[in-house]
Design a protein around this ligand. Sequence first.
Ligand SMILES: Cc1ncc(COP(=O)(O)O)c(C=O)c1O
Length: 414
Amino acid sequence: MSAHPFWPPPPRTIMTPGPVEADPRVLRAMSFPILGQFDPAFTAIMNETMEMLRRLFRTSNRQAYPVDGTSRAGLEAVLAGVIEPGDRVLVPICGRFGHLLHEIAERYGAEVTVIEREWGTAFDPDEIVTAIRRCNPKVVALVHGETSTGRLQPMDGIGAACREYDALLVVDAVATIGGVPVNADDWLADAVVGGTQKCLSVPSGMAPITYNARVERLLAGRKRIERGLRAAGEGSSARPFIRSNYLDLCQLQDYWGPERLNHHTEMTAMLYGLREGVRIALEEGLEARFKRHRLHERALVKGLSAMGLTLFGDPSCKMPVVTCVNIPDGVDGESVRSMLLDAFGIEIAGSFGPLKGRIWRIGTMGYGCNMRNVLLTLGALEAVLLRHGVRVPAGEALQAAMDVYAEEKSAQAG
Ligand SMILES: Cc1ncc(COP(=O)(O)O)c(C=O)c1O
C-alpha cells in the first residue's frame, strides 16, 4: 500500500474556535487500558467525573454527566427531553448556533418562536425577558458563546424571568465551558450543555451536561425503559416518551446513577480523556484559567490592531476565546488561510452563512491558548498578508503583543 501523505497526521497549531489541540495529558489518558462498564473501577471513574463536572458547571445539581456524541448530541438530548410535541419554545438567534437550537427544537415538534438580531451582536437581556413575557414559552433555549460571530450573551435576569413565567432555561455553553465563567446555578439555568473540543482541549465526542430537579421532574413523567430491560410490572410513564433512544436522558441518568441501568456501551477512552481534561481545568483553577484566556486575547487583539486589521462585531459582547477579524477588502480570505496552514501549520477559521468570506475567526482556547501560539500566529499572519499584497506595518504586531506580555509580567512581579 502506498504511504498516505497525511499519515501520521501532521503537527498543527490550531487557532480556530474548535476543535483545538488536545492536551497531551488528555491524549495519554485516552490510551489507558479499557475497563468493563460495570467494573467498580470504572463506575468510580464515572462518579468522580460527575463530581468534577459539577464543579466545572458551578452547580449543585445531582445530574452532571457526559452524553456520548459531539456537543450537538448534548443539545439534542436536553431538548428532546424537555420538549413534547406542541410545546412553545423561545429561541433568541444572532448566529449559526442559535439557528441550530431552532432546528433541533423544531425536529422534536416544538412550536418555535424566534427573536433575531444581527450577526455580530448579542441580545440585551431585557429583550429576551420581554419576549418571554410575550410568548410565555415552556422552554427558552439560547447560546452563551455564539462561536460563529464571536459574541458572548449576557445572562443577567434571564433565568429569573424564566422562573417567574415557569419556563425552563436551556443554555448552550459548548464554546465557553472551561474558558469563560459558566455559572449554571447563579444563572438559574435549568440545563447547560458544554463542549469538550474547545476550552477543555479534549477531542470531540462527548458533551458534558447538567440539569436540575425541575428538569428531572419533567423527565420522570416521560420515562420508558427499553423492552429488553424491563422487570415485571415496569412499563412507560403517562406522558409522551422521548423519541430518541440513544439520547434519552431518562435512560442515561439511570445509567449514570446508582441504578446503573444498562443503556449504550460507555465510551471508555473518551471518558478517560474528559476526566483528565476537566481535572486539568480544575487544577489550574477556574478563575486563573479565565484570566489566562483574557490575557492571551488581549495580546492577540493588540497585535491584530497594530497590524492595521479591524475586528468584527460589537466589542461590548466580544467572546474572550474567539476573535473575529474583518478580512481586508480585496483579500482572498481562503487563500490566506491555506497559506497559513501550508507554510506554518497554523489553522485559523472562516465563518458561516452571511459571514462566509467576510471574517476570519481566531480561537484562543484551552491548552492552545498560550503566548507561543499567539506570537506565532501574529508573525505568520503578518508574513502571509504581506505575501498577499496587504501593506501591514511589519514588526508592529509582535511588538504590541509582546508589550502586553511584558506589562503582565511586571504587574505580576510588582
Ligand atoms: C456554540 C456551539 N454550539 C454547538 C456546537 C456544535 O457542536 P458539535 O460540532 O461538537 O456537535 C458548536 C460547534 O462548534 C458550537 O460552537
